[in-house]
Structures are given as C-alpha cells and as structure tokens.
Design a binder for this molecule. Structure first.
Ligand SMILES: *Cc1c(COP(=O)(O)O)cnc(C)c1O
Length: 364
C-alpha cells in the first residue's frame, strides 16, 4: 500500500487535524443519555472557558451541533429580546451574514456598512449610538475572514460599556488564538474546527450568564435557543443528540492546546508562520492586501500576481499538496487567502514557498 499523501489545508477551516485528534474520532460509541457523555460535555465546557481564563460562575460555554454560522445565529436569535434593537457593523461577508440572520428572525436592527477590507470607523458608530436611542445591542465580527482584517473590539467594547449596550461578537475565526477581552463582551460565537483544531460539526457560544433570557421568555428558535442548551448542559444533559465523535475530537484538541501552552502560544505560532509567508511572498512580488498590524495572525489575503488567475494558482499548488483559498464575491478575481490554522509547521511553509517560487518562475 502506498502512504496516503497529506494535503495541507491553508483554507480558513476545516483544518488539518493532529494524529491525536483524528484518533479521538474513533473512541468507543457512546449514548448521549449515559453518564460518560455528561463527563465529556462538562470537560469540554470547562476547557472552553479556560482558553480565556473565564469563571464558570459568570460565563457559560454553550455547545451546539452545527458549523460556526449555527453559533452566530443562536447568539443573535437568543440574546436580543423582542423589545431590543441591534446595531450591526459590516465590513465583509460575515458581518453581512449577521444582517441576513436578523432579517430571517425579524430582529429589529440597523446597519453600518463599510467596504470590504475597510476599518470600522468608531466616530460613525458613536454617532449612530447617539441618534438611535432604541439600540440595546451591537454585533461585530472580530476577525473578518473575508479580508483577514482584525476589527478593533477594544474600541467598540468601550463605546458599548459607557452606554449599557451589549456587544455580541462573531469570533468564529479568532477564538483560541487572538486576544479577546471578554470583560467588554456579552457573548462570543465560535467553532471547533478553526483556531481550536477540532473537527467540523460542533460550534459554541461563550455567553455571560446574566444576559441569557429567562426560561419563560418568548423564543425565536426551538433548535438554536441558547437558554435551553445552557440550562440542560448545566444539568449535565442535552436537549438533542450531539455529535459524540466530534465532541471527543474537540476535547482532545482542547487538551492539546493546553499542553502546547494555550492561546498565547497558538497566537505566537500562527504569527511566526504568517510572517514567514508574508515575507517569502513579498520577495516574489506578491503583496498582502492589508498591513500586518491590521491583519489577524490567522489568515492573510494577498493580491493575485499579474500573470496568474486564481484557478491556475490554486490548481498548480494543489498538485503539490497545498490547498489555498479564493477571495469571495467582488474579491474572487483579485485576491487569494492563506490561513495558518491547523497542524501546520515551519517546514510546511518552507515547502509552500518553494512551490510558489517554482510556479512563478515557470512560464505560464
Ligand atoms: C468560518 C466563519 C464563520 C462560519 O462559517 P461556517 O461555514 O458556518 O463554519 C463565521 N464567521 C467567520 C468570521 C468565519 O470565519
């Protein structure tokens, strides 16, 4: 038998799994009504809070079956009361998705929209908060994966705190690596299979317990109601069947994160890899879309080189075992993206740069 060739995933999730996480997927079958399940679930919830050193008295990690969008939808549909109003800040695909979620659920909202890649201008946000006194919540994407921009949550958190506004964050592509100042947040939605290096299928919302709705408040969703999940998970059970194997993988991934030095170490590792790619590509004339200090360490967007279209670049790199990621929407024809989440090492990046160099020096 030939050895299976590993394709390196440089897309922003799902990510390459470690051997330990992959092995965890084949642990023994388990019924979600047995005490072993409760132990597994309690452990994951406690470890998720531990990533940012949050107290379980004040915070709850609520687990959901589904991709990152399920967590974002659960957060928005569960935390804004019928009388509330949300200010959504958009500067990419994921901010725009939050607006669509609000439209689906009939959540009263207002939007400030910036071009993709542009920073959020806090003066405009302040103005909006001043003219619309009905606003009770604000939603923003932390790392806007569309462009790699890391939005400044610190500034938004301060604006919210001064006015009693609850800040809800899509941290799907930053939780586990980037800094998140939870003392300025009401909730953060995230997923197992991005910076945490688990398998796809489980997502979660880390929510301040005092902002969850009372059990008898009107609900917008049956399946995605955070209060229901939180109450049942606190009682060591689950309202619905959970993806047990994906739970196993997430628990293992969180143990490995702890053993590797936690969130800070993951941040440093991503930064080292991202820096090596940025410098290596720059030498070949490939320029990043954003400056390093505006970009996350998780993903960087690059302008496509003149002589190559995205598909040609993607296909040539894929034959060498690398999967890169396209731009979305209006960026489809002029950028490509490289993420460094997953079990990626410095030698992997050296091989990637060799593949780029070979490709660019070969006449197309
Ligand atoms: C990946 C991602 C999501 C969710 O995508 P899913 O495909 O539902 O997992 C949401 N927000 C951001 C910022 C993301 O990067």
């Amino acid at each position: 038998m030939t050895e299976t060739k590993i394709t390196l995933l440089l897309n922003p999730g799902p990510v390459n799994l470690s051997a330990g996480v992959r092995a965890a997927l084949t642990r023994p079958d388990l019924c979600h009504r047995e005490p072993e399940f409760a132990v597994l679930q309690d452990s994951i919830r406690q470890k998720l809070l531990q990533v940012y050193h949050l107290s379980p008295q004040q915070w709850s990690a609520v687990l959901l079956a589904g991709s990152g969008t399920a967590a974002v939808e659960a957060m928005l549909s569960s935390l804004i009361p019928q009388t509330g109003k949300l200010l959504i800040l958009e500067n990419g695909v994921y901010g725009e998705r939050m607006t669509r979620i609000c439209e689906c659920h009939g959540i009263d909202h207002r939007v400030i929209s910036y071009s993709w890649g542009e920073p959020i201008d806090t003066a405009a946000v302040t103005h909006e908060l001043e003219i619309d006194t009905k606003l009770t919540h604000m939603a923003a994407v932390h790392h806007e994966t569309t462009t790699g921009r890391l939005n400044n949550l610190t500034a938004l958190g301060l604006l919210c705190r001064g006015r009693g506004i609850q800040l809800l964050v899509d941290g799907v592509s930053s939780f586990g690596a980037e800094i998140l100042e939870f003392d300025t947040l009401a909730a953060c939605a995230a997923t197992a299979n991005k910076c945490l290096h688990g398998a796809p299928g489980v997502s979660f919302v880390v929510v301040r317990r005092d902002v969850l709705a009372p059990a008898n408040a009107p609900k917008r969703s049956l399946y995605l109601d955070l209060e229901t999940y939180c109450r049942e998970q606190d009682a060591h059970t689950t309202p619905f069947t959970q993806p047990i194997q994906v739970y196993y993988a997430l628990e293992q991934a969180l143990t490995e994160l702890e053993n590797e030095g936690g969130r800070r170490e993951r941040y440093r590792h991503y930064r080292t890899l991202a820096h090596a790619i940025r410098e290596g590509l720059l030498v070949m004339g490939i320029k990043p879309l954003l400056k390093a200090d505006e970009s996350s360490v998780v993903l960087t967007a690059y302008h496509l080189p003149d002589q190559l279209d995205y598909q040609a670049l993607h296909d040539a790199l894929k034959t060498q075992g690398f999967v890169i990621y396209a731009g979305q929407g209006k960026f489809a024809n002029n950028i490509f993206r490289i993420s460094t989440m997953g079990t990626i090492t410095t030698p992997d990046i050296e091989r990637l740069l060799v593949a780029f160099r070979t490709l660019l020096s070969t006449p197309q």
